[in-house]
Write a protein of this length. Structure first.
Length: 55
């Protein structure tokens, strides 16, 4: 359980770190919205993965 949580958080931070520089540099609203939607979907998947039982 702890590994799953830590690995998921590292993954979320990595995704945000990867997607943030283009958004900051280009400063386009449409790009920022697409990145926020993608980050939200990744966060949702992370929380859903934490709620399901481990095998």
């Amino acid at each position: 359980m702890k590994f799953k949580t830590i690995a998921g958080l590292i993954g979320l931070v990595a995704v945000l770190g990867f997607l943030a520089p283009p958004v900051i540099k280009l400063q386009k609203i449409a790009l920022a919205l697409v990145v926020l939607i993608g980050a939200g979907m990744a966060a949702y998947e992370f929380f859903e993965g934490l709620r399901e039982k481990d095998d």
